[in-house]
Design a protein around this ligand. Structure first.
Ligand code: FAD
Length: 382
């Protein structure tokens, strides 16, 4: 079958590899001039690693497994609030992986023959007819496909065209700053690894993960408001907001050059999509279920989508496509939308301030480690 994948992010690339390996004639359209993934690092949860295994892409990430340290939530000074036994959960579900985004993208796209990829080719419209889909793109002759996988990311234009009544994105009104750096000599961060620090005074959070042997990846979700400032100004504001946190927090922010800091407004879909499949067209990744980053599930869900769409279309003939994509939708939509809602709930929980946040911290302290670990594992259980 001829299959077009629109968008060469982590989701689109993994779907393109899966469908190509299943024997289909795949073309991957990317609007950017080159294939690349910008940014720092990414956390891939055990369910995402399993999905990459199903696509035959798990080897690289398994080589980057995070050491089993206990994670959970801490207050802004680093005092434990909710401790999870990551080591125990990983024994059951497999490793959590933290990896540089650029390297991950490189590893995932490596099996894709270069001639299947068309860069600098934004897709503008999809025109379905009973036997196929015409793909209208800028800078390329119009193509016709038996199936189209839409993986054009959080700001998906095609989603808006496919679901004209959908309200699109909801801005959380918060900013995410993240950076990656070599572990500064003499700075002991052992206690903070794989954990999230939250501050009930300002509703801000800071997360820290190890990347490989010697690098650290930090991210924040803060109540810095207004237009996203440049990295310099954002770092200055963040340092002032987190000056009295655990000493490692301002030290790490200060040690990261502004050129290595990424600033993103946080957004998610305002409402779940009514379907991930319309006729011969399926949506995947952030185009289908953009969620806030609070559970670290965005990419893992995109990998689950890619594995599922590959499985459902694997041996399909053109006449089967509509039926197969309905099965893809039935399998993926309930879980992805549940996690999208859970991510928003987690965002509301960690950004509380005042008396509610004080009560939240008291309740979190009372939750036994075993229960917290079980809740974490429930997210990973596919
Ligand atoms: C701050 C932050 C931190 C995050 N941290 C994590 C984390 O730790 N773990 C995790 O699992 N997830 C995380 N996520 C989410 C994760 O990054 C995304 O869910 C994931 O990258 C989505 O991949 P995607 O392929 O769906 O979309 P994208 O990566 O956005 O890819 C979309 C691609 O489509 C291309 N495109 C767009 N329009 C067109 C068009 N019309 N024609 C052709 N090409 C087009 C774009 O150029 C892009 O290459 C985080 C997100 C944010 C914002």
């Amino acid at each position: 079958m001829r299959i077009v994948v629109v968008g060469a992010g982590l989701g689109g690339v993994s779907a393109a590899v899966g469908l190509h390996r299943a024997g289909h004639e795949v073309t991957l359209y990317e609007r950017g001039a080159e294939l690349r993934e910008a940014g720092t690092a990414i956390v891939i949860m055990p369910n995402g690693v399993q999905a990459l295994d199903a696509l035959g892409l798990g080897d690289y990430v398994r080589g980057q497994a995070m050491p089993a340290v206990s994670g959970g939530l801490r207050d802004w000074r680093g005092r434990p609030l909710l401790v999870t036994d990551t080591a125990q959960a990983q024994q059951t579900f497999g490793p959590t992986v933290v990896v540089g985004r650029a390297r991950l993208h490189q590893a995932l796209r490596a099996p894709l023959p270069a001639e299947l990829v068309c860069t600098a080719t934004p897709v503008q419209r999809l025109e379905p007819d009973p036997t196929g889909v015409t793909v209208i793109s800028d800078g390329r002759p119009t193509t016709s496909a038996d199936a189209v996988i839409v993986a054009d990311g959080i700001g998906s234009r095609l989603r808006g065209r496919l679901f004209p009544g959908h309200p699109g994105l909801r801005q959380a009104g918060r900013l995410d700053l993240r950076g990656m750096l070599p572990n500064p000599p003499g700075l002991d961060v052992t206690d903070l690894l794989a954990g999230i620090l939250i501050d009930r005074r300002t509703g801000s959070m800071f997360g820290l993960f190890p990347v490989g042997e010697s690098d650290l990846y930090w991210f924040t979700d803060s109540a810095l408001r207004g237009t996203p400032p440049g990295a310099d100004e954002a770092r200055r504001q963040l340092l002032s907001l987190m000056a009295d946190w655990h000493p490692a927090v301002p030290a790490l922010i200060e040690a990261t050059p502004p050129s290595d800091i990424y600033v993103d407004p946080i957004a998610c879909l305002a409402e779940p999509l009514p379907s991930f499949a319309i006729g011969r067209i399926a949506l995947l990744g952030d185009a289908a279920h953009a969620m806030t980053p609070d559970l670290g599930q965005g990419a893992s869900q995109a990998f689950e989508d890619a594995a599922a769409v590959t499985r459902h279309l694997g041996d399909a003939e053109p006449a089967d496509v509509v039926q197969r994509l309905l099965r893809y939708d039935a399998e993926r939509r309930p879980r992805a939308n549940r996690l999208m809602r859970a991510s928003s709930r987690q965002s509301r929980l960690t950004s509380q301030t005042g008396a509610t946040a004080w009560l939240r911290d008291a309740l979190l302290r009372a939750i036994p480690r075993r229960l917290a670990t079980r809740q974490l594992a429930a997210i990973w259980h596919v």
